[in-house]
Design a protein around this ligand. Sequence first.
Ligand code: RM4
Ligand code: MN
Ligand code: MN
Length: 406
Amino acid sequence: MSDKAYYLFEEIQTNRGIRIDKVKEKIKKLAIETPSWGYGDSGTRFKVFQKAGIPRNAFEKIDDAAMVHRLTGVCPSVAIHIPWDKVEDYGQLAEHAHHQGLRIGAVNPNLFQDNDYMLGSVCNVDPIVRKKALAHLLECVQVAKEVQSDNISLWLADGTNYPGQANLRQRKHWLYESLAELYSSLLPQMRLFIEYKFFEPAFYHTDLADWGMAFHLANQLGQQAQVLVDTGHHAQGTNVEHIVSYLLDEQKLGGFHFNSRKYADDDLIVGTMNPYELFLIFYQILDAEKDVDAGVRKTAENIAYMIDQSHVIEPKIPAMIRSVMNVQTQYAKALCIDFVKVRQAQLENDVLGAENAVREAFEFDVSPLLRVVREEMGVPVDPLQAYEASGYPKQILERGVGGASW
Ligand code: RM4
Ligand code: MN
Ligand code: MN
């Protein structure tokens, strides 16, 4: 063990009474799902830049996700987006994943790229379009069954651009009707994640605009429906960790789409813009894991951690590895919070003491800890360097230019 690791462990264990073996165990168990679309070419509304080495189909996206899992050891599943990842035989796709130690995670319906959806999908005024959208949702549940995934992750682009363009209350009813049908097609062990976003592509109103609406819908639908928090889907200044704690307490937090943003839904590499926010999210989750209510504890322990990124200019696989490592870093820091000290300060109304007890964990350099954890897991201590040295970056160049993109 390096000196740095020794001193860090001393600080955590001896001075703060946090068991280092527990901390290591927790880090090893934090599974992070990567998105198939994060390996493809993506862009902005101005340009999708084409790169060499991009996967040409769903199978090759899985190969890239498998590479990320091999190097990090913590990304055992990959989310798919239908129809981006549509294949003839989903059983074969799942098999392909299994061969590489992966499984298929959340199935994401796509209700935003068909011409028919210009004015909405499940909220469209045209019953034929609504029916088509519902059929797609049901198709995705079928896909989930075929790939043996228990998670459907739904984000809707439905909304309007101008006041008066549509009857908002009527659309709310249509939304509920479709989701109720979708919900009733789920197997008992399946979960439906409802993801909200306040704007884009619609600029005036969005039918599923915020966590309150998603929360309400999830309550109406039933136990298997939960809210998904995408960290890039809030107005500037929103206290995301507060939303997280509220949903945890209501036992309605299902999962995350991690990414970073500076201005809007930028889908940048996790932890590059506001790592403190991510740390504070984990603080709320770890706090909820200690709740007196078993239901709250269970909710906190069953969160689906997923990355949702679009890499416009950066090489996709290293960007994904960087994201995974950044999530681990903030999680490891949050694990170093002295919760006893925080509680004590709260009880004493010690504002500065409480703030300090939380922040000082954020200021730890946990990299020696993560190196030890990676060593124990048998993965490279420096996954990014290992990727560059692996030959894989060169190997994928054989795919040429013009791979999968949205
Ligand atoms: C959306 C949302 C969804 C993702 C699409 C690609 O903004 O974040 O989760 O499926 O982008
Ligand atoms: Mn998302
Ligand atoms: Mn998004």
